[in-house]
Design a protein around this ligand. Structure first.
Ligand code: ADP
Length: 507
């Protein structure tokens, strides 16, 4: 009998496996469907598990065109992983929603969902109906949600005392790659600029490199004389005619420059380019200009400087000009790459973080890490409630959910107990990733929590010497943690309710 599998090669010589009877297998129903889906979800969670926590590992991902990303940010890992299983895509989506709404906890939410799926698998094997499991999970998630609120505390800071916020951002950054790779690179040169930076320079090297009290015309229309289009025909048969055309063009552009000057502009920022002759004239008429500035940057400049984007040249007027205290060109490195700094803007709330680093990979990872840290600060400003980290909140919830299970007489109590076990997955993963013995550590911490009735005991990942996370100052925002539990439960319930997987090949 022929084997069910065969090895074949595609047109690029890459091997792939052909499964015979594939068609028959593509439709999955009932328990088979649930089991296959759970397996897919668990597979994704397993990848992220080792990235959780301050001692989490990094992942190296290669895109189809060869770009390499190194990161330990859950959302990014999943984003770059080219999964084509539908359930795996749901997990990616899960991480993305956590990222979108909270900006942090993107790894934890997937690990939690994976643990819930794993527990669900055991329940299914014991013959418990998926709907019962879903109901039990829902009940348990509410208990955990409320319990989190119960053990939460207020994080104290104010407009005049933002030091705690700064400290928090530092803690967030400490689990990231950037913290480990500071030496050697040029990451220290990263700076906060009170204004906008554009990766452009003045259009002519002889234009001033520094303009004070700049009045900026922001143009999305061409800044050059109208060019004859292809469908028009211009007959030039004598030198005089050619010169006349040239003069006309020059005069036209000259008038444009004059118009800019009349409204008071001291700098022109254009979306489009202008030719060398126009450039030369601008230099002569002392009107500095920047060309080929992207649409996004133009918008940022307009917002920061309080200017208006001018789409038609005739509409240029003094009140549409943006205002900036200083516009300067700064050059970097040995190649003298130049950037334009627009500072002391009319709308002083616009700031830019200028990230510098040894290579593109580091810069990208730094950007993601800073984004996470800023999100944490933003969440605290929105809502001051926090719960402690290091798995302490999960352990506390696990104890509370376990205790509540007894109140439910029906089958759902099994699912509620399983939910409590799933919550343990976070501290277990944290312990394992830090090189501790997971089960021993978890049981010790859990009994300590109960004995001392202290919900702040967690996993001492960094070997500080105390497992009181309050003393270690390791915490997460309450809404972030609550969101993790809600989202993970939702996606798992959704997966459990699928009992028929129909692929296009069935039709
Ligand atoms: P996520 O993408 O989910 O935020 P992280 O890799 O940032 O994943 O890990 C977050 C987890 O690590 C949280 O459970 C958090 O409480 C825990 N954690 C962070 N720092 C520490 C620390 N210093 N000690 C113990 N646990 C920590």
């Amino acid at each position: 009998e022929a084997s069910a599998m065969a090895l074949a090669f595609d047109e690029f010589g890459r091997p792939f496996i052909i499964l015979r009877e594939q068609e028959k297998k593509s439709r999955l129903q009932g328990l088979d469907a649930q089991k296959a889906n759970i397996a897919a979800g668990k597979a994704v969670a397993r990848i992220l598990r080792t990235s959780l926590g301050p001692k989490g590992m990094d992942k190296m991902l290669q895109s189809p065109d060869g770009d390499v990303t190194i990161t330990n940010d859950g959302a990014t890992i999943l984003e770059q992983m080219d999964v084509d299983n539908q359930i795996a895509k749901l997990m990616v989506e899960l991480s993305r929603s956590q990222d979108y709404e909270i900006g942090d906890g993107t790894t934890g939410v997937v690990v939690m969902a994976g643990a819930l799926l794993e527990q669900a698998e055991k329940l299914l094997e014991r013959g418990i109906h998926p709907i019962r499991i879903a109901e039990g999970y829902e009940l348990a998630s509410r208990i955990a949600f409320d319990h989190l609120e119960h053990i939460s505390q207020k994080f104290e800071f104010s407009d005049t005392n933002i030091e705690p916020l700064v400290q928090t951002c530092m803690t967030t950054l400490s689990s990231k790659i950037v913290n480990r790779c500071k030496v050697g690179g040029k990451l220290e040169d990263t700076e906060l600029v009170y204004g906008i930076i554009v990766d452009k320079d003045m259009s002519h090297p002889q234009m001033p490199k520094r303009i004070e009290d700049a009045k900026i015309a922001i143009l999305t229309c061409p800044f050059e004389p109208p060019k004859p289009k292809t469908k028009h025909k211009v007959d030039i048969d004598t030198v005089e005619k050619f010169q006349m055309l040239r003069e006309q063009e020059q005069k036209y552009f000259d008038e444009m420059v004059q118009k800019c000057k009349n409204v008071g502009a001291t700098l022109v920022i254009c979306q489009w380019g202008f030719d060398d002759e126009a450039n030369h004239l601008l230099m002569h008429r002392n009107l500095p200009a920047v060309r080929w500035v992207g649409g996004v940057e133009l918008e940022l400049i307009a917002i920061a400087t309080g200017g208006r984007i001018v789409p038609r040249f005739q509409e240029l007027s003094p009140e549409k000009l943006g205002k900036a205290g200083i516009v300067r060109e700064k050059s970097f490195g040995t190649t003298k790459d130049r950037m334009l700094y627009i500072e002391q803007c009319a709308n002083s709330r616009a700031v830019t973080i200028f990230i510098r680093g040894g290579n593109k990979m580091m810069i990208e990872e730094t950007k993601r890490s800073l984004h996470d840290a800023l999100c944490v600060a933003r969440n605290l400003i929105r809502n001051k409630s926090i719960v402690y980290g290091g798995g302490s909140a999960e352990i506390s919830c696990s104890v509370a959910v376990e205790a509540a299970a007894d109140r439910y007489p029906g089958v759902e109590q099994y699912a509620i107990r399983s939910f409590a076990d799933a919550l343990d997955a976070i501290p277990l993963a944290l312990a394992e990733n830090s090189g501790l013995s997971p089960i021993d550590t978890l049981t010790a911490v859990k009994s300590q929590q109960v004995k001392e009735s202290n919900p702040h005991c967690g996993i001492d990942c960094n070997d500080v010497g105390t497992n009181d996370m309050k003393e270690q100052d390791v915490f997460e925002s309450l809404i972030g943690k609550q969101q993790q539990i809600l989202l993970a439960t939702q996606v798992v319930k959704m997966i459990l309710k699928i009992d028929d997987v129909i692929s296009p090949s069935d039709f």
